[in-house]
Design a protein around this ligand. Structure first.
Ligand code: CO
Length: 200
């Protein structure tokens, strides 16, 4: 197991389109483990392989809500979310159906400390493969549907800040290019895990 470096905007690798996974081998399982370890270390709720410099169509997600003591509060999930077992490894995902619109204040481990409201599909039906290459289907809404859409964007080289108005998007991009990112918070001064601001 290893903690991997999370690439940050404006790293050019975040703009690449990732390749489908064809080999469901030990190496892929190791990558998934390392991605989980990295995501938990960074307090993220989702991570896409291109964010750690691997241009493969794979995501890891664990967006189960937790209380201030770190205990999972499954009752806060929507009915559809509760039917999906997490943590989740999603490979070669395709959204085959969607309904409605929803908004959420999104953040991203590749654009740390910036949070902006993004509109997404409210309900999605997702077809994907698991680590053994088996075909799976998820129908969900809530935060899980939002995280899946955010992470799938990474596979196309798209970041959440690309979804904002041009003025807002350019303001953030120029600010980062000029000033970089604020220093990372030390352990202990991390924000409350129930805080609405989550990175993915
Ligand atoms: Co992200």
């Amino acid at each position: 197991m290893a903690i991997l470096e999370v690439l940050k905007f404006p790293d050019a690798r975040l703009r690449e389109v990732s390749e489908p996974v064809t080999e469901f081998d030990q190496e892929l399982k190791r990558l998934a483990q390392d991605m989980f370890e990295t995501m938990y270390e960074e307090n993220g709720i989702g991570l896409a392989a291109p964010q750690v410099g691997v241009l493969k169509r794979m995501l890891v997600i664990d967006c189960r809500p937790r209380d201030t003591k770190g205990r999972y509060t499954i009752e806060d999930l929507t009915e559809l979310e509760q039917k999906v077992e997490q943590p989740l490894v999603i490979i070669n995902p395709v959204i085959v159906d969607s309904k409605g619109k929803t908004t959420f204040d999104e953040g991203c481990l590749s654009v740390p400390s910036f949070f902006e409201t993004v509109e997404r599909e409210e309900f999605i039906e997702l077809h994907y493969q698991n680590l053994d290459g088996e075909k799976k289907v998820i129908q969900t809404d809530g935060l899980l549907a939002i995280v899946i859409q955010h992470e799938m964007d990474h596979l196309e080289g798209t970041l959440f800040i690309d979804h904002l108005s041009l003025v807002k998007s350019n303001k953030i991009k120029n600010h980062i290019k000029k000033f970089g990112y604020p220093p990372k918070k030390k352990k202990g001064e991390e924000s409350d895990p129930t805080d609405e601001e989550v990175e993915m």
